[in-house]
Design a protein around this ligand. Structure first.
Ligand SMILES: Nc1nc2c(c(=O)[nH]1)N[C@H]1C(S)=C(S)[C@@H](COP(=O)(O)OP(=O)(O)OC[C@H]3O[C@@H](n4cnc5c(=O)[nH]c(N)nc54)[C@H](O)[C@@H]3O)O[C@H]1N2
Ligand SMILES: Nc1nc2c(c(=O)[nH]1)N[C@H]1C(S)=C(S)[C@@H](COP(=O)(O)OP(=O)(O)OC[C@H]3O[C@@H](n4cnc5c(=O)[nH]c(N)nc54)[C@H](O)[C@@H]3O)O[C@H]1N2
Ligand SMILES: [Mo]
Length: 895
């Protein structure tokens, strides 16, 4: 059997056999026979244009490109006959004709330079001058005098990122590659993913960090610490310093691609204001102190609190930016050392509605499918997600599918990048997801487009659901959501008929008073059409931070322990596991903690990696709460806004480059974080701090861990679904839970034969109650807040990198019609006012927002848009309604 798939070939006189379907170049790489491949990149289809990889096949005098030619049985291949080498040399000589030799000498490691040296051509090169270098971009230099027309930059920009920045103009000798900018590269439509610089064989497009930091001595494979996609990166290191980052080409997640943050925005880790000593604030002044003193001080203050006000006077927050191991320990600390269930993390403000809705209906509160389903889907329902900016690698993969003809249905009040590719853009009024999705379900039922068999075999509650949903005609919904019934019908038919259909959703669904119901509405659509439990289908939240899925799954949630085990049911199991009595009362979530602090009931908080005062809505009210606390500990890399204003103790931590552990990405993949460099003296990894604190507080026995692996092994005991995931099995690219046994391969697709909840899932009829936050004469516009590509959340990291040179503020996006009425001009500073507060920010006049709606990001601390946002929150899990605040916008002069 096996033999049939093997092909026998003779290469340079030696016999080999390989699996069929490979190119000659593929097999040359395997046997380490090196030929120049100047137009080749394994991430791209072979172009066979440089003609340097030519080989002789079956003694045919016509040489064939090895990148394009498939191996065949009996093939006789010669790679280095003198005539072939002469031919290659001739081609390289032509390429070198006008090439600046000085750069060959300065950067001998560049692919093209290597071959010039190898064929002894450097010494015969003329002393051509370098071109003028375009230094305008913060991360890349461009010198097209080094362009050899391999077009790798053009192709990678089109085929990996889908951005089309680089173009070929002119013909013959005048042929050249230019960006789509009229002047400097920085003014092009480039999104700074760096793929062109990454593939360029000459340095015509070059990373500035190569020039600044030189070549790495070695590289370490690890995971990006920004968003929940979990891209795998190869970090270059020299003398305990990071020199640069490349994408791991064989990663199933990012397949050799990265975005601007993952690839370039790492210099926060060497920022001069990084905190590298514990500090205590006494009489209003920060004092540097020793770990010994800081930890004893914390312990003494926390013990006082417990003594005077009980354990529930303390609230603890884990960090969606820290590892599973860090988060496992912090919730264990809350429950065993302090004795409270008051533990939460910022999953609360993000996708908690997703977790709730999906676990209620399906039994597991996590993505049903994997990123590899993207290439299997025919239709994409992209609901309230600005994927191209916030999960750029997933966005790029979906864009490539759209280019190949897949259907995109975008549900977003704004025009996002995807809307250019969409067959349907349902540009609904913000806050009206439920009527829209209900109407889609109505069409699917009314027109009989549902999956009859799936409903018969795997669904319950059908009759009741049908009864409620039939009222939701597109005409009725259209009056509320402002999408034409024709578009609603068209999109519904497309989603139901052109299967497999996959859904990705984001905060445009969850951050509403009906957030949990919004996700339920999406699950209903998938269930109706049988788009669940199969390849290329499912309901897939694009989770926020690198480890937000993990931090809540580890138990940083007042109502569940590790592995989503409900506190009310599993207390005794965890008491046995942790060998200690546990609190059984209901703990407070973050909004409840803040409310309790306002009332004086919560006295103290320990916050790991979460800039609460800056990122929670209605900042004035948040600050009122935090000001009321008697004691606050912040554990972070930087003196973030919350620390600066409210903390009493600051505990400095190692970055993700300086520690070990695991992250969990959006597709339930546990990935290994590997230590790249040693941390600065004076900082510790989060888990080490927690262990030390437990020791000081007299609970050392429960926290005897000398490595993250030991912590993970305890997690495996606590949570059956990850028992099979050992550290050893995490190389190279991790495993997706459920993975209950050591020989289990992990799970790419959930709910295949039955749902986690049982053999049938129940459709949820959903009523629509609009948010109380509505426009009025005084506040006539709706502000939506969200994200853009270059900055990340609280901005503590990206504002400490050259990303700030690309974008250095939040903008207020306003429709031209509204701008005209208020009399606002582009870039003018405008005042924005809600009943909660006000701030000022520069205006962008932007027809991609709806009339009557505004959009702003929340990353800049001077703008601090959360002074304005509404504190209303989701009915089930209290996720704030960041997407809707009634405001007015004024000219500064009118103030
Ligand atoms: N560059 C960058 N990437 C990030 C982050 C970042 O700060 N910067 N943050 C990370 C985090 S923590 C998260 S949670 C994710 C979030 O990623 P996304 O979910 O993409 O986040 P947002 O930009 O907040 O909102 C998404 C979209 O929802 C739309 N929207 C608003 N209201 C509605 C509505 O009523 N209905 C519908 N259907 N859509 C609506 C908005 O117009 C917006 O385009 O991104 C992660 N990735
Ligand atoms: N107006 C508005 N506000 C929003 C949102 C919105 O859409 N609109 N979105 C909300 C959402 S979805 C989210 S997730 C929150 C995000 O809010 P935050 O969680 O506050 O934001 P982050 O920037 O992700 O990081 C928090 C902190 O973690 C620190 N950090 C990074 N790595 C580590 C580590 O390994 N250990 C420790 N101890 N600290 C570390 C960073 O320095 C930073 O101070 O914002 C919310 N706020
Ligand atoms: Mo988030």
């Amino acid at each position: 059997m096996f033999e049939r798939h093997m092909v026998k070939v003779i290469i340079n006189g030696k016999a080999y056999s390989f699996e069929e379907g490979k190119s000659i170049l593929d097999v040359l790489k395997v046997i380490q026979v090196h030929v120049p491949t100047l137009c080749y990149d394994e991430r791209l289809p072979a172009a066979h244009s440089c003609r340097t990889c030519l080989v002789k096949v079956n003694e045919d005098p016509k040489l064939l490109p090895s990148c394009m030619t498939r191996i065949a049985n009996g093939m006789k291949i010669e790679t280095h006959l003198p005539e072939i080498e002469e031919y290659r040399k001739g081609i390289l000589r032509m390429m070198a004709e006008e090439y600046p030799v000085s750069t060959v000498r300065a950067y001998p490691e560049k692919e093209f330079h290597h071959w010039l040296n190898y064929y002894g051509l450097t010494n015969e090169m003329k002393d051509n001058p370098c071109g003028s270098i375009d230094h305008s971009h913060p991360y890349m230099d461009v010198d097209m005098s080094r362009c050899i027309s391999c077009f790798r930059c053009v192709r990678i920009c089109n085929k990996l990122q889908g951005q089309f920045v680089w173009h070929v103009i002119n013909r013959g000798d005048r042929l050249k590659v230019i960006s789509d900018s009229k002047d400097s590269f920085n003014n092009s439509s480039c999104v700074s993913c760096g793929a062109c610089a990454d593939t360029c064989p000459t340095g015509a497009i070059e990373d500035k960090n190569v020039i600044r930091y030189g070549l790495p001595a070695h590289t370490v494979r690890t995971v990006c610490a920004y968003c929940g996609v979990g891209c795998e990166i190869e970090v270059g290191v020299k003398n305990n310093t990071i020199t640069g980052i490349h994408a791991a080409v064989d990663s199933p997640v990012n397949r050799g691609h990265l975005c601007v943050k993952g690839r370039y925005a790492w210099e926060y880790s060497v920022s001069s204001d990084r905190i590298t000593h514990p500090m205590i604030r006494r009489n209003g002044e920060w004092e540097v102190t020793s770990w010994e003193e800081a930890l004893h001080y914390c312990s003494q203050r926390l013990q006082e609190m417990v003594g005077q006000h009980g354990p529930d006077s303390i609230g603890i927050l884990g960090s969606a930016r820290a590892t599973n191991e860090d988060n496992y320990l912090i919730q264990k600390f809350a429950r065993t050392v302090i004795g409270t269930n008051n533990v939460d993390c910022c999953a609360r403000v993000c996708h908690q509605p997703t977790a709730k809705a999906m676990s209620l209906i399906l039994g597991t509160g996590a993505a049903t499918n994997s990123f590899n389903d993207i290439e299997k889907a025919k239709t994409f329902l992209l609901a309230g997600t600005n994927t191209c900016e916030n999960h750029p690698i997933v966005g790029a993969r979906i864009k490539q599918m759209a280019r190949k003809g897949a259907n995109l249905i975008v549900v977003d009040p704004r025009k996002t990048e995807f809307t250019q590719y969409a067959k349907f853009h349902l540009q609904l009024k913000a806050g009206t997801n439920i009527p829209l999705f209900n109407a889609m379900a109505q069409v699917i039922i009314e027109e009989g487009l549902y999956d009859h068999q799936f409903i018969e075999e795997r669904i319950e509650g059908w009759e009741e659901y049908k009864r409620v949903i039939q009222e939701w005609t597109p005409e009725r919904a259209s009056k509320i959501c402002r999408v034409h019934p024709r578009l609603i019908r068209g999109a519904s038919r497309m989603y139901a008929n052109n299967t497999p259909s996959i859904c990705f959703h984001g905060l445009g669904i969850t951050e509403h008073t009906q957030g949990t119901e919004g996700v339920m509405a999406l699950v209903n659509l998938a269930l109706l059409t049988g788009n669940i439990g199969k390849p290329g289908t499912g309901i897939n939240p694009l989770r926020g931070q690198n480890n937000v899925q993990g931090s809540s799954a580890m138990g940083c949630d007042p109502s569940v322990y590790t592995g989503m085990a409900p506190v009310e049911k599993e207390k005794s199991r965890f008491e046995k596991l942790w060998q200690t009595l546990l609190p059984g009362n209901r703990g407070l979530n973050l909004p409840e903690m803040l409310e309790a602090a306002r009332k004086g009931k919560l006295k103290s908080m320990w916050i790991v990696g979460y800039d609460v005062s800056f990122t929670m809505p209605d900042a004035n009210r948040t600050e009122e709460a935090l000001r009321n606390l008697d004691f606050m500990v912040i554990q972070d890399m930087f003196m973030n806004e919350t620390a600066q204003k409210f903390a009493d103790v600051f505990l400095p931590v190692a970055t993700s480059f300086e520690k070990e552990g695991t992250f969990m990405n959006s597709e339930r993949r546990i990935q290994k974080l590997r230590k790249v460099i040693s941390p600065p003296a004076g900082v510790m990894a989060d888990w080490e701090i927690i262990c030390r604190m437990a020791e000081v507080m007299g609970k050392k026995d429960l926290f005897v861990f000398s490595s993250t692996q030991e912590i993970w092994n305890e997690v495996r005991k606590a949570w059956h679904a990850v028992y099979g995931i050992t550290y050893e099995r995490l190389d190279p690219s991790g495993l997706q839970w459920p993975c209950p046994t050591i020989d289990h391969a992990g799970t790419e697709i959930l709910h295949q034969d039955t749902f986690t909840i049982g053999s049938r899932a129940r459709l949820r009829p959903l009523d629509y109650t609009p948010t109380r936050e509505q426009v009025s004469a005084l506040y006539p516009l709706i502000l939506i807040t969200g994200r853009e590509l270059y900055h990340f959340n609280a901005g503590t990291m990206t504002y400490r990198t050259p990303n700030k040179d690309i974008l250095n503020t939040d903008f207020l996006h306003i429709h031209p019609h509204d701008a005209y009425h208020i009399g606002l001009e582009e870039n003018e500073l405008a005042n924005i006012v809600s009943i909660y507060g006000e701030t000022a920010l520069p205006v962008v006049i932007d027809p991609s927002v709806r009339k009557g709606e505004l959009f702003a990001t929340f990353n800049n601390k001077d703008v601090f848009i959360n002074k304005v946002t509404s504190p209303l929150n989701d009915n089930y899990v209290q996720t704030p309604e960041y997407k809707i605040t009634a405001v007015r916008v004024e000219k500064m002069s009118a103030k």
